[in-house]
Ligand binder design. Structure first.
Ligand code: FEO
Length: 171
């Protein structure tokens, strides 16, 4: 079954949004790197890899369904940060936005009974839950321990331990 045009367009746009997410998290990693918080920088560099992986999954799906993939221009992230908490809060806000975009894709697929695409998007729905929980936990951790030098040192060490595990194509 050929993909519906609106579904294909939304999925193509989602590739761009995932790549923008990677760009955004690069700026977060830069901020923490410059601050000397290499663990936080590592966490966001892994996040960059995750976002690129998300884009690649969507690209593969479109190609497998004979859709021409268009690589759209990626916006320039424009955030500047004045303290260590702000990127964490911006990260949660961004992930909530991405969740809304995935929901839009899902709704469009559901409207045309495109169960195949919905099955792919089930993985993204679960992934977005994880993304929001992670972002929210980082804010809670920072608010609990980040004001104390030893607490911040320990948090940074915790985030230094994050490693990238490439997600496999969910279908
Ligand atoms: Fe690909 Fe962070 O959502």
């Amino acid at each position: 079954m050929a993909l519906d045009g609106k579904v294909a367009d939304l999925m193509n746009t989602q590739i761009n949004k995932e790549l923008y997410s990677a760009y955004l998290y690069l700026t977060f990693a830069d901020y923490y790197d410059e601050r000397g918080l290499k663990g936080y920088a590592n966490w966001y560099m892994i996040q960059v890899q995750e976002e690129v992986a998300h884009a690649k999954i969507l690209r593969r799906y479109l190609l497998d369904n004979d859709i021409d993939v268009r690589m759209l221009a990626i916006d320039q992230p424009d955030k500047t940060f004045s303290n260590d908490l702000e990127p964490l809060q911006a990260g949660l806000t961004h992930e909530q936005y991405v969740t809304s975009l995935i929901n839009d894709c899902y709704a469009a697929a559901s409207d045309v009974r495109d169960f195949r695409t919905m099955q792919l998007l089930d993985w993204f729905v679960k992934e977005q839950n994880e993304e929001e929980v992670n972002a929210s936990d980082m804010i809670k951790d920072y608010k609990l321990f980040g004001d104390d030098a030893k607490g911040l040192y320990d948090l940074d060490a915790k985030y230094q331990a994050r490693v990238f595990t490439a997600p496999t194509m969910p279908m």
